[in-house]
Design a protein around this ligand. Structure first.
Ligand SMILES: [Zn+2]
Length: 236
């Protein structure tokens, strides 16, 4: 990419209209990507060095949330962490049009995110459901267009995947730990345990007593492996 020709207006539109919704970025992930881009490609530098603690402080995030956002952006290919050291992270930023998952949407996205370079996982239990677009879609499809937590209708633009057990607590990218939810729930839940968050929704009047019971049961079924999404046909 020719950095001198970077068009900030176009970049901003690509970020808001394509990258964030298509990758299902949370508000925190948007903030982190936007901030890091501002201090790298926007000023003509493909790479930047930053400390997660300083990033968190600047953006008003917890350390865990900032670290989680950087990790997820790395997994999605929106940036590449090249080095972690005492001085912090050294990362290479990607503009939306250079992110393979975006360029090669749908079928070709199977090759995106580096998945093609690794052997295909064929069973539910060994599959990383954040790995490809098709696998992430399988989780969204399982919830049938409703937020797992609050039942609100979700669409491609207003949904994301949430780790029931947060990644900061080592929650895996398993179908037993990932749910499709609305952006508001994803943001409000943060790093809290899911049952606590459901009870908060109940206290706020967003869930009826019966719905709360149903959601708490669904959480148990999820962890027990009873809510298996349909795997994409080629196993990826
Ligand atoms: Zn929700």
């Amino acid at each position: 990419m020719n950095l001198k020709k970077l068009n900030p207006g176009l970049l901003w539109m690509q970020f808001e209209d394509v990258l964030a919704p298509r990758l299902g970025l949370s508000v925190k992930e948007r903030a982190v990507y936007s901030y890091l881009l501002r201090h790298s490609l926007v000023v003509g530098k493909p790479r930047l060095q930053f400390a997660v603690i300083a990033l968190a402080r600047t953006l008003g995030l917890s350390f865990g949330a900032a670290r989680q956002a950087v990790r997820r952006l790395d997994e999605l290919g929106a940036l590449r962490v090249l080095e972690r050291s005492k001085r912090g992270h050294l990362a290479e930023m990607r503009v939306p049009e250079k992110i393979r998952a975006i360029r090669l949407h749908k079928n070709d996205a199977l090759e995106a995110l580096g998945a093609a370079a690794e052997p295909a996982a064929s069973t539910h239990e060994t599959t990383d459901f954040l790995k490809t677009w098709a696998l992430r879609k399988a989780i969204h499809d399982r919830e049938r267009g409703a937020c797992f937590y609050c039942f609100r209708r979700t669409s491609g633009k207003v949904r994301c995947l949430d780790h029931v057990v947060p990644r900061v607590r080592f929650g895996p990218n398993s179908y037993r730990n990932l749910v499709s939810c609305c952006i508001e729930c994803n943001t409000r839940k943060g790093d809290r345990p899911a049952p606590d968050f459901l009870r908060t929704l109940y206290r706020l009047g967003r869930l009826t007593p019966a719905e709360l019971d149903a959601r708490l049961r669904a959480l148990k079924d999820l962890a027990a492996g009873k809510l298996r999404p349909a795997l994409p046909e080629n196993g990826k």
